[in-house]
Design a protein around this ligand. Structure first.
Ligand code: FE2
Length: 219
C-alpha cells in the first residue's frame, strides 16, 4: 500500500489531469454546432474566423451547416482561434475555471470504468480515458454497507472502510482532501481497505467502491 501526496503515480495507477493539458483518447470529432456556438460567443464573423486560420468564410459556413468537416491539420489553429483546447473543441465542452486559486476541497474525482484509472483534478476538466469521456463523480453520504471508522492514536489516524474486498466488489481508493493537500491511498482487491494517515486540519475523506461509487465523510 502506498500513499501519494499530490503527485503523479505511474501510468497505470493514478494521475492528475491539468485542465487544458490532459492527454486523452477521443471518440468524437468537432461538430458544426460547436464551431458556430464558439464563434458566436467570441463575436467573430465567419470571415473573421476564416481569416485567422486561412480558410474562406464559405468553408466556415460549410462546417457549421454540416456540409463538411475541418481537416485534422486545422484543429489546432481552429481551437486556438476559438480560445479553447483541442480536446474541448472535439468534445464540444468548454471548461472555464475562473478562480485559479480555488482550494483543493473543490476537487473532482474521475474513475475510468474500463481500466480503473483514478484521476483527480483541482478544478473542472474534460477527462477521457480508454476512449471514454468521464463524468466527475458525485460523492454520496456513506450508507450502512460503506461505513468507515477513524481511530486516532497520537497524531496518526487509522482508517478502515468496512466493505468487502473481493475481486469483483472492492474499495479502490481513499483520499483525504484539505484546502491545500490531497493524500490518496490505492487499495487492491483481496487486500485490506485500511490505512494510516496524518489528518491535519479540516478536510473530507473520500473513498470509492467499484460498484457503488464515491462516498464522502466530512471530518
Ligand atoms: Fe460497495
Amino acid at each position: 500500500m502506498r500513499v501519494y501526496e499530490a503527485q503523479v503515480a505511474g501510468k497505470k495507477g493514478m494521475w492528475y489531469a491539468v485542465p487544458g493539458r490532459g492527454v486523452a483518447s477521443m471518440n468524437t470529432y468537432v461538430t458544426g454546432n460547436t464551431i458556430k456556438q464558439l464563434r458566436e460567443s467570441r463575436n467573430l464573423t465567419q470571415s473573421e474566423l476564416g481569416e485567422k486560420i486561412g480558410v474562406s468564410s464559405k468553408t466556415i459556413s460549410k462546417w457549421e451547416t454540416s456540409k463538411g468537416l475541418p481537416d485534422i491539420s486545422l484543429l489546432q489553429p481552429l481551437a486556438q482561434a476559438l480560445g479553447i483546447s483541442v480536446i474541448e473543441l472535439m468534445q464540444g465542452q468548454h471548461i472555464t475555471n475562473q478562480n485559479r486559486s480555488a482550494n483543493m476541497r473543490r476537487c473532482k474525482f474521475y474513475v475510468c470504468p474500463v481500466c480503473g484509472n483514478v484521476i483527480h483534478t483541482a478544478g473542472a476538466a474534460v477527462v477521457s480515458c480508454c476512449g471514454v469521456t468521464l463524468p466527475a463523480l458525485e460523492a454520496e453520504v456513506p450508507d450502512e454497507s460503506h461505513g468507515i471508522t477513524v481511530e486516532s492514536v497520537e497524531d496518526e489516524h487509522f482508517i478502515t472502510v468496512h466493505h468487502p474486498m473481493t475481486k469483483v466488489h472492492f474499495i479502490s481508493f481513499l483520499a483525504f482532501v484539505t484546502t491545500d493537500r490531497v493524500q490518496l491511498v490505492k487499495f487492491y482487491p483481496e487486500g485490506n481497505a485500511e490505512t494510516r494517515l496524518q489528518l491535519r486540519g479540516m478536510g473530507d475523506l473520500y473513498y470509492y467502491c467499484n460498484r457503488h461509487g464515491l462516498f464522502r465523510r466530512k471530518r
